[in-house]
Design a protein around this ligand. Sequence first.
Ligand SMILES: O=C(O)CCC(=O)C(=O)O
Ligand SMILES: [Fe+2]
Length: 509
Amino acid sequence: MLGLCPWLEPDGLPRSLPPQTTPWFHGVSQLGQGSDPRRVRALHQDPQASVDNPLLAFSLIKRLYSDWPNVIYSEEATENTQALHDGFQEVEQELPGAEDLDGAARALMRLQDVYGLSVKGLVHGTFQGTGATRTPLYSPSRRVGLSADDCFHVGKVAYDTGDYYHSIAWLEEAVGLFRLSYGSWNPEDRSSLEDALDHLAFSYFMAGNVSHALSLSREFLHYDPSNRRVLRNVVKYKELLEKGTPTRTEPLLRPNSTHLQSRDAYEELCQRPRGQSAPQHHPHLVCSYETNGSPFLLLQPAKKEMVQTQPYVALYHDFISDAEAETIKGLAGPWLQRSVVASGEEQQKAEYRISKSAWLKDTAHPVVRALEQRIGAVTGLDLRPPYAEYLQVVNYGMGGHYEPHFDHATSRKSPLYRMKSGNRIATVMIYLSAVEAGGSTAFIAANFSVPVLKNAALFWWNLHRNGAGASATLHAACPVLAGDKWVANKWIHEYGQEFRRPCSTDPQE
Ligand SMILES: O=C(O)CCC(=O)C(=O)O
Ligand SMILES: [Fe+2]
């Protein structure tokens, strides 16, 4: 029979077609002739001609009426969706969760605060300070901005904790961007202009700016006129304004963080440019090669730079090699867990210390053992158990920080005393990585900061010779503005050092 091939079904599909192997994701062009991209492009080349030419018009109408539904409701499409779901389920456990996303939003607000960054600048992908200098603190090689939905999410995290200072700043940006793109649909978005207006209006109301809350609620009703809750709010706001309730127009103050009494000094130190972070030149601040009477340092003396005398802080340049740093990071990697802080007799997670850490014994690898030996040689202190803690490797990600704290215990109940070797007499902290911006170690009470210097080790005494805590050692890890910061801490205890750092009754020493 002319024109009817015996191996074709009436629907035009070959009867003996082999079963399709299901790749993880089919391209649309594999879903049948109707969706061949070249054919589709040809149909649209000249829109006028497509309608004028009856053959093209027919093809177009057919494609829109029956080809697309065929593709969408085809078995392949269902298989694709199934494969997509299965693939997602396989990796879901590894993907960031809600806690990570909220943590990232809080990190952005922390960077905004500590580095005095303009929210508008961040949204446009720049890291511009709002302070006097206005020089960017970081200039990424590729500028990436945030979407309206991104800004909404950050604002919502602040809103949910009653922090209207931040929610207003971020939701203003969300509203602005949503207004610009109104009507264009972005499949990734979970929020809308209405959501942003709704939350921003309420934030303004809570901040005491009733008239702004009213105008935003009216704008909301323009898009969703029958929303009863917002209708009620509008009535309430109008009543308040008619009653002459004063409307506050000045911006809200930043909420107070309970842990930070010296916030301004801390932030100023974090923002200080690299060159200005060290204290003024002082005759006692010198560089020297040190062998410390140790055979380990004879061939390669330590390169010591005195950073400060009160408190005593020294920086040892090139303390470890790149290869050693990589080995230590690699050993710690699989064991990293969210860092904890001492709270009474317990250890717990805290918003003021955001990092991951792991402990490495010197038996873990010859590199760890060699490092401990070097620390012993340079400090002249006894690190044998229980006189020192294991090596703590710390990794700070985006916005990771450790707000001002002492390394030594300030209460007899501290878990640090469980080692029964006294308090932490000294800290040796090694920078295992560089960072692109931020992340300095700030000594708040002593008014100086040390920028991250890869492979260098920072040493300081936490206790005076009489055993009292040195309040001048109050220090912090400034938030990482860009990059990935790694440090290793070695905390050395009082016991075992009696003849190496003899006591004194002079409270200054
Ligand atoms: O990472 C830093 O710069 C400081 C870290 C610190 O102070 C600590 O881990 O106790
Ligand atoms: Fe510390």
